[in-house]
Design a binder for this molecule. Structure first.
Ligand SMILES: [Zn+2]
Ligand SMILES: [Zn+2]
Length: 150
């Protein structure tokens, strides 16, 4: 067993993380980052735009899309693929990189690094490859959706 998970006492908000990644920090960028975090599920640019529009009619759809891409490059959000090649976005903590994505309800669960380390360790040994980074998203149905189907 490893020690306690290395989680900082205060996880930096989107502002510091954006500027650490060399991205501009603007009011609109913070608003979009915070809305995605508050949503707690994957949203397409269109869906996030629809949620923001009533209170923020000044934000255009193209802006939402551009900011989401900036959040992805800053590591504040991750891009997931939906059927039909539509992208969805989910807010992410800096440390973890793996998801279980429910295609039924849109919920996104995080997968602990320890489970994935076994897999990447096996791949590294078999291929003599040093893995610096891995991004794994598993698509399927969550326990709640499966229970609803019964
Ligand atoms: Zn995540
Ligand atoms: Zn589900």
């Amino acid at each position: 067993m490893g020690g306690p998970r290395a989680v900082p006492d205060e996880v930096a908000g989107p502002g510091p993380r954006l500027s650490a990644a060399g991205e501009r920090v603007t009011r609109q960028r913070l608003l979009i980052a915070e809305s995605l975090t508050a949503a707690g599920e994957q949203l397409s640019a269109q869906e996030l735009y629809d949620r923001l529009r009533p209170d923020h009619p000044d934000i255009g759809r193209a802006t939402v899309f551009r900011v989401l891409e900036a959040l992805v490059s800053a590591g504040v959000a991750r891009r997931l693929e939906r059927s039909g090649h539509v992208y969805a976005y989910v807010a992410c903590e800096p440390e973890h990189h793996h998801h279980l994505v429910c295609t039924g309800c849109g919920r996104v669960e995080e997968i602990g690094e320890r489970l994935i380390a076994r897999l990447t360790g096996g791949v590294a040994r078999q291929h003599g490859f040093t893995i610096d980074d891995a991004t794994l998203d598993f698509y399927g149905r969550c326990a709640r959706c499966l229970a609803d189907d019964r």
